[in-house]
Design a protein around this ligand. Structure first.
Ligand code: AHR
Length: 494
C-alpha cells in the first residue's frame, strides 16, 4: 500500500459544514423481460436451485447481500408493448413481445414480481406501458396492486390469493418515450398532455403513490413535460449508458471507460438546471432509473442470429475493474447530488450487463456487485461537504480527475467513512486528507476493492479475481496511498 506514488491529491473535509441525507434508493436495481434476466435469471421453475415458485434461491441470497432498496420492472423498452393483464391469474397466455421480438410466456407477472421483491427486501417499482397502453390501463394496474378488496381489480387480486394490497409505492409513466426506438414514441407536446392525464387517473386511484415520468436531460422534452404534468410528479426518470454497444459488441478499453466517468455529472447538472428553471427542484427529484457503464448489445436485424447475438451481453470478460471504477464514481456523483437525485437503478440486476451473472449451476458476482455491496453497507447515512484536488489522468480526447472521493458521517456521528476511487490504471496516488483542522496520523480500518490488473474480471471458473479485502490503512501526516484501479473505504473515528 505504501509504494512511492508518482502523483498526489488532496481532500478537504469540513465535518461541521452542511450535510445531506441521501436516499438509499440510490442503490436500486432494474430488471426487464429481456433475454435471460427474468426467465433463466431470477426465475427458473424446475431448477434444483429454485423454490416451488420458481425463484432462484442463490440469486435471492446474493441480492440480500446488496440490501437492494427498490427494483424497477418490467421494462425498459419491453413495457411499451406489455399488457399487465396477460400476466395475472391462473391462465397465462404467451404473447409475442414486439420490443425484443421473442415470445414472453407471461408466467412471471405482477404477483410474482411483488412476491420476489419482498423476498429480497426491496420495494417494487412498476414502470407502466405508455407506448401502446392508456392511462386507464395504468390506473387499473394500480387498483389491482394497491386498492382494498371491494373494487373490480382489487377483488381480482384477492381472488388470486393476495387479499392484502401489494402496496406498490413507486409508479413510472412510460419508458424512454422520446426515443424513435420505443413502441408508441411521442412528441414532446403529446407527452406532457398524456402524462398529465394518466397521472390524474392514477392519483385518483391511489393519491399516496410516488409518480415518475420518462424524461431526458433535454429542455425541448422535459420543459413541456414539466409544464403540463410537473404538478403531478415526484420524480423525472433519466437513463444513462455510456459505452454504446448496440450494433457492434466491442467494449471500450479501460482508459476510454475512465473518460466516461465524468459524463453522468453533466447529465445530472443539466436535469437539475431544468428543475430549477421550472421552480420544481423542491418538489420533483431525479431518478436515474437505468444506468450502466455499458449499453446493451442488441443488433437490429430481425433474424434468429441477431437474437442469439444478445448472448454476447453475458460474456463475463467484458466486466472488469473499469466497470467497478465507473460504478463507484457514478454512485459518488449521485451522492454529491443527493438532494436532487433520490433514486438510481443499475440496469439490469442479473445477466446482460448486470452485477450478477446467473447460469444453470450457480452465479458469479461481477466487479460491480462488490461495488454495490460496499456502498450499500459501509457508508454512513449523511454526505459531508468535501473538496478534492486531483491530478489529471490522460484519457482519449483529454483528461479526467484521477481520483474521486465521497465522505460520509457514520451513524450517531461517531466516525467519518470515506470512499476513495483511484482511476489510474497503473499508478498509486498519494492523497492528503484533512478533516477539520487536526492532522491525521495512525492506522485505520479499511476495505479495498482492486485486482491484479485493470482488465481482471470474475468468471465461472475464477469467481474471486476481483473481491474486496479488509485492510489496515496507514496515514502519516494526513497522507495515505491509493493503489491503482481501486476503491478504498476508510473509517476514521471521531
Ligand atoms: O437495451 C435495453 C434497453 O435500454 C432498455 O429496455 C431501455 O430502457 C434502454 O434504452
Amino acid at each position: 500500500m505504501n509504494a512511492s506514488p508518482a502523483r498526489s491529491a488532496s481532500v478537504n473535509i469540513q465535518p461541521d459544514r452542511t450535510t445531506k441525507t441521501y436516499s438509499r434508493d440510490l442503490f436500486g436495481h432494474f430488471i426487464e423481460h429481456f433475454h435471460r434476466q427474468v426467465y433463466g435469471g431470477i426465475f427458473e421453475p424446475g431448477s434444483p436451485l429454485s423454490d416451488e415458485r420458481g425463484f432462484r434461491q442463490d440469486v435471492i441470497a446474493a441480492l440480500r447481500e446488496l440490501h437492494v432498496p427498490v427494483v424497477r420492472w418490467p421494462g425498459g423498452c419491453f413495457v411499451s408493448g406489455y399488457h399487465w393483464q396477460d400476466g395475472i391469474g391462473p391462465e397465462r397466455t404467451p404473447v409475442f413481445d414486439r420490443a425484443w421480438r421473442v415470445t414472453d410466456p407471461n408466467t412471471f407477472g405482477t404477483d410474482e414480481f411483488v412476491a420476489w421483491c419482498r423476498e429480497i427486501g426491496a420495494e417494487p417499482y412498476i414502470c407502466t406501458n405508455a407506448g401502446t397502453g392508456t392511462g386507464e390501463e395504468m390506473a387499473d394496474w394500480l387498483e389491482y396492486c394497491n386498492s382494498l378488496p371491494g373494487s373490480r381489480w382489487a377483488d381480482r387480486r384477492a381472488g388470486y390469493g393476495n387479499r392484502a394490497p401489494h402496496a406498490v409505492r413507486y409508479w413510472s409513466i412510460g419508458n424512454e418515450n422520446y426515443g424513435a426506438w420505443e413502441l408508441g414514441a411521442r412528441t414532446p407536446g403529446e407527452w406532457g398532455h398524456y402524462v398529465a392525464e394518466a397521472a390524474k387517473m392514477m392519483r385518483r386511484t391511489d393519491p399516496t403513490v410516488k409518480l415518475l415520468a420518462a424524461a431526458v436531460d433535454d429542455v425541448d422534452w422535459t420543459i413541456p413535460l414539466l409544464k403540463a404534468a410537473g404538478r403531478y410528479l415526484d420524480y423525472v426518470s433519466i437513463h444513462g449508458y455510456w459505452d454504446h454497444l448496440n450494433e457492434v459488441n466491442e467494449p471500450s478499453d479501460y482508459r476510454q471507460c475512465m473518460a466516461f466517468t465524468v459524463l453522468p455529472e453533466a447529465q445530472i447538472a443539466k436535469t437539475e438546471a431544468i428543475l430549477v428553471a421550472m421552480d420544481l427542484k423542491d418538489q420533483v427529484s431525479i431518478a436515474f432509473d437505468e444506468w450502466n457503464l455499458r449499453g446493451w448489445h442488441h443488433p437490429k436485424p430481425t433474424d434468429a442470429e441477431a437474437i442469439a447475438a444478445r448472448d454476447l451481453n453475458d460474456l463475463n470478460a467484458t466486466y472488469t475493474m473499469a466497470d467497478a471504477i465507473f460504478s463507484a464514481v457514478f454512485l459518488n456523483t449521485c451522492l454529491r447530488h443527493a438532494d436532487t437525485v433520490r433514486m438510481a437503478n443499475i440496469a439490469p440486476t442479473v445477466n446482460a450487463r448486470g452485477p450478477l451473472f446467473v447460469h444453470r449451476d450457480g452465479i458469479v458476482r461481477r466487479s460491480t456487485f462488490h461495488v454495490l455491496r460496499l456502498y450499500a453497507s459501509l457508508l454512513g447515512p449523511e454526505v459531508l461537504d468535501s473538496h478534492t484536488i486531483a491530478p489529471p489522468l490522460e484519457v482519449p480526447g483529454g483528461s479526467v480527475p484521477a481520483i474521486d472521493v465521497i465522505a460520509t458521517r457514520g451513524n450517531a456521528g461517531s466516525s467519518i467513512i470515506i470512499a476513495f476511487v483511484n482511476k489510474h490504471d497503473r499508478e498509486p496516488v498519494s492523497c492528503k486528507v484533512v478533516i477539520g483542522s487536526g492532522p491525521i496520523n495512525g492506522t485505520f480500518d479499511g476495505t479495498l476493492l482492486t485486482a491484479p490488473t485493470p482488465d481482471a474480471y470474475n468468471d465461472v471458473d475464477s469467481p474471486d479475481e476481483i473481491q474486496p479485502v479488509d485492510t489496515k490503512v496507514t496515514v502519516e501526516d494526513g497522507v495515505l496511498t491509493l493503489p491503482p484501479h481501486s476503491v478504498l473505504f476508510v473509517t476514521f473515528p471521531c
